[in-house]
Design a protein around this ligand. Structure first.
Ligand code: NAP
Length: 241
């Protein structure tokens, strides 16, 4: 049996690319989505037509009880996850002075609480596999540099970095690594409203990134060759930070 990997927010964008890349590397992928079931099904179909294995598991990562119930039910039936990619995330941009409280809460609950909600039920089953393991959290350059209008998002993504670093120390004895990947501007729905030329103009490499370029870094962290890298944050940002 190949190792199981959960990718949250895998119905599109960066999560979908990570799921495809890890499936191509031989992992058995579980694609999480919130509302995009049809899109997640299309990602699963593309993985299967390329010879990989994928299954769907829909839940809202910001809903603690629903997340725990879905994950515990899944691992009881199918076994523990060897790898977890905490990727699901949202933005709700506004300068802090005018940020509605519900936008602060929604971003923190999805991006930061979601990290806890997903990892918490999965870590002990992962440890009990006694086979090492991989945890990758998708952060953002906003966490490293700060971005106007993204105080909520930057705080959530900086929290993920600090939490991942702590988790890396908790699990190192078990040969489980935990790292964060911090993308810059990546061409997905999340930045679809922004002007691409304007985004690219501030990037030393002169262009926005592709979801596959983030996925390649995540896939590297899943290799045996990356077994000695833990507690790190790797920026995939064309030189922004
Ligand atoms: P995207 O295209 O908007 O996709 C977001 C994904 O997250 C979708 O699959 C969505 O599922 C899922 N999702 C959102 N809220 C969820 C929830 N509560 N529960 C479960 N799934 C949820 O975004 P993306 O650009 O691929 O971003 C992926 C990650 O990279 C995010 O964490 C984002 O913050 C980070 N990131 C992106 C960029 C960028 O420039 N694009 C830069 C830095 C970091 P549904 O469609 O089913 O709702």
């Amino acid at each position: 049996m190949s190792r199981r990997v959960l990718v949250t927010g895998a119905s599109r964008g960066i999560g979908a690319a990570i799921a495809r890349e890890l499936a191509a590397a031989g992992f058995q992928i579980t694609l999480n989505y919130r509302s995009g079931e049809a899109e997640a099904q299309a990602v699963a179909a593309s993985i299967e037509s390329a010879g990989g294995a994928a299954q769907l598991l829909g839940f809202d990562v910001s809903d603690r009880a629903a997340t725990e119930a879905a994950l515990l039910d899944d691992i009881e039936k199918n076994g523990a996850f060897w790898g977890i990619v905490s990727n699901a995330g949202v933005v709700a941009d506004a300068p802090l002075a005018g940020m509605p409280p519900e936008d602060w809460d929604r971003v923190i609950r999805t991006n930061l609480d979601g990290f806890y909600n997903v990892l918490s039920p999965l870590l002990m089953p992962l440890v009990r596999l006694r086979d090492g393991g991989r945890i990758v959290a998708i952060s953002s350059v906003s966490a490293l540099a700060g971005t106007r209008g993204q105080a909520n998002y930057a705080a959530s993504k900086a929290g993920i970095i600090a939490a991942t670093r702590s988790v890396s120390k908790e699990l190192a004895k078990r040969k489980i690594t935990a790292n964060a990947v911090a993308p810059g501007f990546i061409a997905t729905d999340m930045v679809a409203d922004l002007d691409e030329a304007e985004m690219a103009s501030g990037v030393p490499l002169g262009r926005v990134g592709k979801p596959e370029e983030v996925a390649a870094t995540v896939a590297f962290l899943f290799t045996d060759g990356a077994a000695y890298i833990t507690g790190q944050t790797i920026a995939v940002d064309g030189g922004l930070t």
